[in-house]
Design a protein around this ligand. Sequence first.
Ligand code: ZN
Ligand code: ZN
Length: 488
Amino acid sequence: MIPRHFPEEGRFSPFTYSVGLESSFAEAEDAMQNYPLAKPVSAATLASFLESLTFFHEAGHVCQFISTAYGLRALRYTLVALRALSKLPGLKLPILKNLMNVGRTFTPDELRVVDASLLFLDTIDQLRFHHQVADGSDVESEQIFRMDEPWVPHFFVYGEDDLLKRREYAEELRKTRNVHVRTLPHLRFERRSGIHELVVTAAALMEAYGIIVELNHVFNAFTSDAEMAIRALPTRPEYHLLLDYALAVGACEPRVIVPTMAILIDAALMYDPFVLYNVPWDVADAEGRGDRYPGQTFMELCAVAREIEPIRAFSPEVLQRFYRQLCERAGLPDPEWMAQKSLEVAQGLLDRNPGEGTLLYRALVAHRDALKLRCDRGLTFACDLPSTETIYQLVEIALPAMSFYNLHTRLPEGFDPRKIDAVSVHSILFQAIVHPTMECPLRLGNPFFCASATSPADKLCVWRWGDGDQSECLLDVLEREFELVSEE
Ligand SMILES: [Zn+2]
Ligand SMILES: [Zn+2]
């Protein structure tokens, strides 16, 4: 029924609150159609449908990012890093390396910057897709292996790629310094078509959810059966490795893959100990609760899902029952409590960072409003999210902070310079923490070019908007405010 694979055409970056499309937003909107598609499906109708699918996938990422506890965690760590740097002006780049070399006990302000830098890097790392593929022609029987590897943010300082050495070092940290060691699941898919290695990061979960968003639209457009729709999924196999895993271990059945996986992934991204309990990153609390990555939670939820009654009907009652039982069995808090608590945390952050003058204020409002929508909708939110209606609602909430841009021209669509912080602050912070010098990401076209991109390098970027209003390049603002010193 679906003659070709869906192309992967768009791009979402959580660090820039932006979505790159091959078409304009209006064109993507025009490509949307009523479901089910009228039969027989013409080539033109199918092409339009596939174009709209790219939009739903990428917009789905934004919607999920702003409406989950994990997304709020990422934003919160960015705010923590900004605050730590503002308290200790005059640092030399790269900040982390130079601080680690001071050779004496840290002052409290220095310690705050070191902690904030490590956690900022850790969050960025979780939002990256770690995947490798190797030749599989020697594979005799196709299998999936799971390894749980220890992870501590200290690895960012004492960079060590060797898994055995990492295990030893993590164990030493745990024993001698009582460091809380987290678990990061690694999956290895041995197939003749290729040996895939995937680290189950937040990004891996979000990509799997992106596929669920697409599948939801495929089901509705073609009223096709599940097996057929799964076979028609995108050519990039790494994005559905997690779905393959869940099906292989019996965590869900193909027929109900959309609601089941939507809930499994949602629960994993909602159980964030830092947001929910404010746990310290480096030690476990008195009750043994510590920080945890969503990948570990996801693995536990997959195991638990096999033991509870699967989703057999698509009614709200069934979906709610499944979500509640899943959390209960996995020892997670009630999902409604997690949603409510995340909303409270977002509101609390807004109360402390009020007004347009605060960096990332608009992003914070978007997270707060998306979490509010989640609370209002109740437990079916995760399954409703992929629908055109809910994606539209959430994109509207995100729009004051997010940007659409054209992947061909690398130019934004109707850019509002008041979004300059959401689009460039992560990149600037990242550079300050790990690079000896900094460059304006928008001059480099990351994710898109600013109007000053072609002007000489010694000229500062300026954004003009409204009636002659101007706003400065954020790099210049932060360099000045934090008195950052580049390496010669
Ligand atoms: Zn994606
Ligand atoms: Zn700039």
